[in-house]
Ligand binder design. Structure first.
Ligand SMILES: Nc1nc2c(ncn2[C@@H]2O[C@H](COP(=O)(O)OP(=O)(O)OP(=O)(O)O)[C@@H](O)[C@H]2O)c(=O)[nH]1
Length: 302
């Protein structure tokens, strides 16, 4: 490989792929710090959170998009718009397909949409979770992926197996234009803290409720203020919005125990993020059909 030490590249990348394809995990591993929210449950990443990978020869700003899906509600449409917008803005797209799941209609749908919108954006085909299967299956998956659309490169990778991470990084960097660092070295995300905090609360609130709620839950940070006379404590006031009374009961749990656990879990993660003590004031409110109401969507940050 030829590389000139004088050349510095910088630009934007995003990963696409069906829910659970390993996009957030790959982003976090490349960036080296947990900025996007990962979860074993699909579709937890809603906001475009940028993580920044810094190398001596390049700066890659990774935009984490929500999963693309056939829109059924206004929220679904907004999420998809966000995805298209992101695709047209980045320098390179990484299309992730897990090695241990057959390529299906979901992947084909993404490939079709991608082909429409990113005529001039290079797409790298990435087979994720390579550690979960044998090398033969990985090869098969690479071949199947190749059938979907035009890729600039194809590569298998495993984050947990620390396999080919450098190669993925190189293939993405290669597509960036020459240029200086766009963000100062230390910064890893330019999302406002309140967005990250809301995401952490949402993640905690989703834990353990399986498939019941994912799309019916939104979190709004109403206020974050240092406590009077105790500046080392930050008071965070947040509301978890659900669509129906029945969902409210699920989130709160018997005798309020579940909500208490959610609070404890979220507080732990928020304190780790901010590096300071917080008091979390959590409420659950019903906002009827918030996913279909433009006014409510705006208020909740969509
Ligand atoms: N064994 C193995 N598991 C992985 C690897 N990468 C990701 N996973 C797991 O796959 C699951 C999904 O990963 P995520 O990174 O959350 O997937 P995602 O594509 O961001 O999912 P959404 O946010 O729902 O779109 C998680 O349980 C990860 O721990 C890998 O390289 N090897």
């Amino acid at each position: 490989m030829t590389s000139s030490n004088e050349t510095h590249r910088s630009g934007f990348a995003c990963f696409v792929g069906r829910p659970n394809a390993g996009k957030s995990t790959l982003t976090n591993a490349l960036v080296g710090s947990k900025v996007a929210i990962t979860s074993s449950k699909p579709q937890t990443t809603r906001h475009a959170i940028r993580g920044i990978m810094n190398r001596p020869d390049a700066q890659l700003i990774i935009v984490d998009t929500p999963g693309l899906h056939r829109p059924r509600t206004l929220l679904g449409e907004r999420l998809n718009d966000l995805v298209y917008e992101t695709w047209s803005e980045v320098d390179v797209v990484g299309f992730c397909v897990p090695a241990d799941e057959k390529i299906g209609p979901g992947d084909r749908y993404i490939a079709e949409e991608l082909a429409k919108i990113t005529q001039h954006t290079p797409v790298v085909g990435i087979v994720t979770k390579a550690d979960r299967v044998g090398s033969e299956r990985v090869a098969e998956q690479l071949l199947a992926l190749q059938e979907l659309m035009e890729f600039t490169d194809l590569v298998p990778v495993s984050v947990s197996g620390d396999y080919q991470m450098d190669v993925v990084s190189d293939l993405l960097v290669r597509q960036l234009p020459e240029g200086p660092q766009l963000y100062p070295g230390g910064e890893i995300t330019d999302e406002p803290e309140s967005t990250l905090i809301a995401e952490l609360i949402r993640e905690a609130a989703l834990e353990g409720v399986r498939d019941e709620l994912p799309h019916s839950l939104a979190v709004l940070i109403e206020e974050m203020v240092p406590r009077e006379e105790r500046e080392d404590i930050l008071d965070v006031y947040a509301v978890i919005y659900v669509e129906r009374e029945s969902q409210k009961a699920i989130v709160i749990g018997k005798g309020g125990q579940r909500l208490k656990d959610v609070g404890t879990q979220a507080r732990k993660h928020i304190q780790a993020l901010l590096g300071s003590r917080i008091h979390l004031d959590l409420h659950v409110k019903v906002a009827k059909d918030w996913q279909r109401d433009p006014k409510q969507l705006r208020r909740l940050g969509f």
